[in-house]
Design a protein around this ligand. Structure first.
Ligand SMILES: *[C@@H]1O[C@H](CO)[C@@H](O)[C@H](O)[C@H]1NC(C)=O
Ligand SMILES: *[C@@H]1O[C@H](CO)[C@@H](O)[C@H](O)[C@H]1NC(C)=O
Ligand SMILES: *[C@@H]1O[C@H](CO)[C@@H](O)[C@H](O)[C@H]1NC(C)=O
Ligand SMILES: *[C@@H]1O[C@H](CO)[C@@H](O)[C@H](O)[C@H]1NC(C)=O
Ligand SMILES: *[C@@H]1O[C@H](CO)[C@@H](O)[C@H](O)[C@H]1NC(C)=O
Ligand SMILES: *[C@@H]1O[C@H](CO)[C@@H](O)[C@H](O)[C@H]1NC(C)=O
Ligand SMILES: *[C@@H]1O[C@H](CO)[C@@H](O)[C@H](O)[C@H]1NC(C)=O
Ligand SMILES: *[C@@H]1O[C@H](CO)[C@@H](O)[C@H](O)[C@H]1NC(C)=O
Ligand SMILES: *[C@@H]1O[C@H](CO)[C@@H](O)[C@H](O)[C@H]1NC(C)=O
Ligand SMILES: *[C@@H]1O[C@H](CO)[C@@H](O)[C@H](O)[C@H]1NC(C)=O
Length: 275
């Protein structure tokens, strides 16, 4: 987990260096500040450096050289007080979003753990694994209580959930569109008709979900409103990728509360997968 997030941070830091000269949006600049900060912080933590480089002095020197450049860039960016205040607002919003996402993930996990049929299925009735899930669920419940008792955070969560669901709707729509476009489908599957049949079967299920969503006028109106505000991150056609960029950015924020929050949820979910 740690290692993975750091690899991500290094990759992103490299791409930051490569794109550093482009005129960027405020949001992009804030993300850059976050990434640069992560890199500088990493370079100053010798324990962590040793850990991720496996004590390779060459690699350490490389990272430190990058961090030195990053530090200069950071000073320049942070001298812009307008930008710094704008970033504080964006960060606060992202932290709330992360808190909500964590709430949702923990709720799903606790619900799953309370369903003995689902747990038995997932673990193939292995008592050791079941015990592990119950132990995790107990921790998850405690964490969930903390999160749900924060009324400031929870006030934001219905909107975040709506936003998530709008993204799901878009993803379903995209998938269905592909499945309905024979030209595209042929291209994607290299004409493998078995694969095409699989995709079409899945698309048929997705279409059912999609119909339920688009049939709800309140729901559709809420999505349209969100898009108008540009908060879905998907006014361009790639809502999914901008969302994952955001997640990567939160991973990067290192010691930020958002990170701790998110990582707990991710660890819980990874724990489930690793069973
Ligand atoms: C970045 O932009 C500045 C001014 O716009 C230019 O002087 C500089 O050469 C550019 N650096 C790179 C690496 O492209
Ligand atoms: C440095 O990294 C180690 C290992 O990842 C971590 O336990 C420690 O808290 C970090 N120290 C600081 C000052 O961030
Ligand atoms: C250390 O890292 C450098 C640069 O990434 C690499 O070329 C070298 O093979 C590594 N050395 C060891 C002992 O792994
Ligand atoms: C400071 O940042 C703001 C917001 O990104 C930007 O509009 C402005 O041009 C920047 N000012 C300077 C001097 O770079
Ligand atoms: C409640 O959540 C908000 C928004 O994420 C956060 O800023 C605040 O620190 C939290 N309060 C407590 C007591 O954890
Ligand atoms: C429990 O899980 C099973 C299998 O996944 C599912 O069919 C059932 O609806 C779930 N029960 C509840 C109460 O959610
Ligand atoms: C049950 O799960 C544990 C831990 O994952 C594993 O070590 C063990 O071999 C499993 N037992 C059976 C009977 O599969
Ligand atoms: C189907 O996909 C092809 C290839 O990607 C594209 O050129 C075409 O416009 C699509 N057709 C429709 C009706 O969307
Ligand atoms: C076609 O797709 C199916 C299902 O994804 C796969 O099992 C099969 O190997 C593929 N056939 C060829 C010829 O690639
Ligand atoms: C329609 O969507 C709204 C907003 O997301 C939701 O509150 C409501 O429960 C949905 N109605 C139905 C029948 O699913």
């Amino acid at each position: 987990m740690h290692f993975q997030s750091l690899v991500v941070s290094l990759l992103l830091a490299t791409s930051v260096a490569a794109h550093g000269n482009k005129t960027e949006s405020t949001q992009g600049e804030c993300k850059e500040i976050e990434q640069l900060n992560g890199l500088v912080k990493l370079a100053s933590n010798t324990t962590k450096l040793d850990e991720i480089t496996k004590n390779n002095a060459t690699k350490i020197a490389e990272i430190q050289a990058k961090a030195s450049t990053a530090s200069t860039k950071l000073t320049t960016l942070q001298s812009n007080t307008t930008l710094v205040s704008a970033c504080a607002v964006i960060d606060a919003q992202e932290q709330e979003d992360d808190g909500c996402q964590e709430t949702f993930a923990l709720q799903r996990f606790v619900k799953f753990a309370a369903n003995s049929t689902a747990v038995a299925d997932a673990t193939k009735n292995n008592a050791t694994k079941i015990a592990k899930i119950q132990a995790e669920a107990s921790k998850a419940s405690t964490k969930l209580e903390t999160l749900t008792s924060n009324s400031t955070l929870q006030a934001d969560c219905p909107a975040v959930q709506q936003e998530d669901e709008c993204k799901v709707m878009k993803t379903l729509q995209k998938f269905v569109d592909v499945a309905n476009n024979q030209t595209k489908l042929d291209k994607l599957t290299n004409g493998n008709t078995t694969k095409e049949a699989e995709i079409k079967a899945k698309a048929a299920k997705d279409q059912t979900k999609l119909t339920a969503m688009t049939g709800n006028a309140t729901f559709v109106a809420a999505c349209t409103a969100l898009e108008g505000k540009g908060t879905t991150g998907s006014t361009s056609s790639d809502g999914i990728s901008s969302q994952s960029t955001k997640n990567a950015a939160s991973l990067l924020s290192g010691a930020g509360a958002g990170f701790i929050g998110l990582s707990t949820a991710v660890v819980v979910l990874l724990g489930m997968i690793a069973l």
